[in-house]
Design a protein around this ligand. Structure first.
Ligand SMILES: [Zn+2]
Length: 480
């Protein structure tokens, strides 16, 4: 076990340095022990680091798009930046200058890009403004790489390695009870797609295309869409993996690749898959069933026969009534529908008609909102009763609220830090790691009495403040 204690000077470990240690491991080539932090005051922390087994590799990379670092002399392993440093050392001993430069760049860019997310920076150019801060000197022994270098190296990292970091984080979180399931509780894997970075001019080989008519003229719009998998354990979310939607395929095809990878890598990590109406396809359902998973999907008009059958039968039976706060639910639940012929097995359909009332602040008038939800599922009524299934199905929104919305609004995940098919995935995977660690840190390591007094943005600001605390007195020279 190796300890790292803070001192009272400006060089003591700060939130920002701990963020780096949590994200990447310390610089002594030892992998990282996550979440062994103890709080000391409001902005200074101690961290202990102990060795762990290196993460296992070997996951197929289906989202590579064939972009290989073919013009580079070595493979950059993003999984273990400490390995990059070791290889850097070996390369220097062997006199392989190119390998040295490449691997060293990989280690540095990992550290720098990780902190960029922890400090919620909006671009690599914003990060570049901190190049001469003494923070980097302490961590890297030199100024941080330029924005161009970070972008270029990110375009050549190996994605399976980055994904293994996320899977390794998941395993560590389970062992440390960050993701602890209570007795009898199901763990859900929520899968959903997200579109980012639309442009009419700039594009890369990984861009999807669509035609948009503006003023009677047709334009080609380029954009990226990816599918993310988020584990939901009670109220705790964990962003597990992502897969890009490739040109000439639809979102469900990308989601199937993602699901198969997650199910092969972590076969016992979840019991139920929660998806929206787009995924109510026999192929997706059967793939999940074959791997021992149940599926809950929103039922829309795409499955018209099944939906109409269910609604007509529901009209003839009394609903189950439930009141939760200001929301009243009328629920119908029937099993054994065979109208979805492609499924080749009966399915269960559940409907929840939800009426929420509240008094408007402006005039005190009573307001009403009605939502009508219908789901199709493979879960049997004996396993999950109607009210619990409705609550479970609503947890699908966690991937919107705690996933995409937060990543986009507060972590700048939609920004194209470097427009390259592989770099886009690399930055998404890194922001997912940063998001997981940040929330584990806030929820598990900051004392409750202190945590309730501040928002997550407060802690993010402290991390950024620690970085800028070591800014040089003299400014950058202005450009000519
Ligand atoms: Zn692109």
């Amino acid at each position: 076990m190796k300890g790292m204690e803070p001192d009272n000077g400006s060089c003591g470990p700060t939130l920002a340095t701990i963020a780096l240690q949590q994200h990447l491991g310390d610089r002594s080539s030892q992998p990282l022990e996550i979440l062994r932090l103890r709080h000391e005051g409001t902005s200074r922390y101690a961290v202990q680091v102990e060795p762990q087994e290196p993460f296992a590799g070997g996951v197929d990379d289906h989202g590579d798009l064939g972009v290989e670092p073919r013009d580079l002399p070595g493979r950059v392993q993003a999984t273990e930046p400490w390995h990059a440093e070791v290889q850097d050392y070996d390369a220097r001993r062997c006199g392989v200058a190119e390998v040295q430069g490449l691997e060293a760049a990989a280690g540095r860019q990992n550290a720098v890009a990780a902190l960029a997310f922890w400090a919620r920076m909006a671009s690599l150019h914003a990060l570049e403004q901190t190049r001469r801060y003494s923070f980097w000197k302490r961590w890297l022994g030199q100024a941080s790489p330029s924005a161009d270098t970070i972008g270029r190296v990110c375009a050549q990292l190996e994605l399976p390695g980055l994904r293994e970091v996320l899977y390794g984080l998941y395993s560590r979180f389970r062992r440390n009870k960050v993701l602890a399931r209570s007795h009898g509780e199901s763990i859900s894997l929520i899968i959903d797609g997200h579109e980012s970075s639309a442009s009419y001019r700039r594009h890369c080989p990984g861009c999807l295309q669509r035609k948009i008519t503006i003023g009677g003229q047709e334009h080609v719009q380029y954009y990226h869409r990816s599918v993310m998998a988020q584990l939901q354990v009670g109220e705790v979310s964990f962003l597990l993996d992502m897969e890009p939607q490739l040109p000439h395929e639809d979102e469900v095809a990308a989601a199937l690749r993602l699901f198969l990878r997650v199910a092969a890598r972590l076969p016992r990590a979840f019991d139920i898959v929660l998806v929206d109406g787009l995924y109510a396809r026999a192929e997706f359902f059967r793939t999940a069933i074959e791997r021992g998973k149940d599926v809950v999907a929103v039922l829309k008009d795409d499955r018209r026969d099944l939906l109409q059958d269910a609604l007509s039968l529901f009209a003839a039976i009394p609903p189950i009534r439930e009141q939760e706060g200001s929301t009243e639910r009328l629920m119908w639940d029937l099993d054994g529908f065979t109208s979805w012929e492609a499924m080749k097995r009966p399915v269960r359909v559940v409907r929840s008609l939800e009426t929420t009332t509240w008094h408007a602040q402006a005039n005190g008038c009573l307001q009403t909102r009605v939502a009508d939800w219908v789901w199709v599922t493979t879960l049997s009524p004996s396993r999950v009763a109607t009210p619990r299934l409705v609550a479970l199905a609503h947890r699908r929104w966690a991937i919107e609220n705690e996933g995409f919305n937060e990543l986009v609004e507060h972590w700048h995940a939609d920004h194209l830090f470097h427009h390259h098919p592989k770099a886009v995935q690399v930055f998404w995977l890194m922001v997912m790691m940063a998001h997981n660690l940040f929330h584990a840190f806030v929820s598990r390591q900051i004392k409750p009495a202190l945590r309730v007094r501040h928002t997550c943005l407060h802690w993010a600001s402290l991390i950024a403040a620690d970085l800028h605390h070591c800014a040089p007195v003299e400014p950058w020279p202005l450009p000519p």
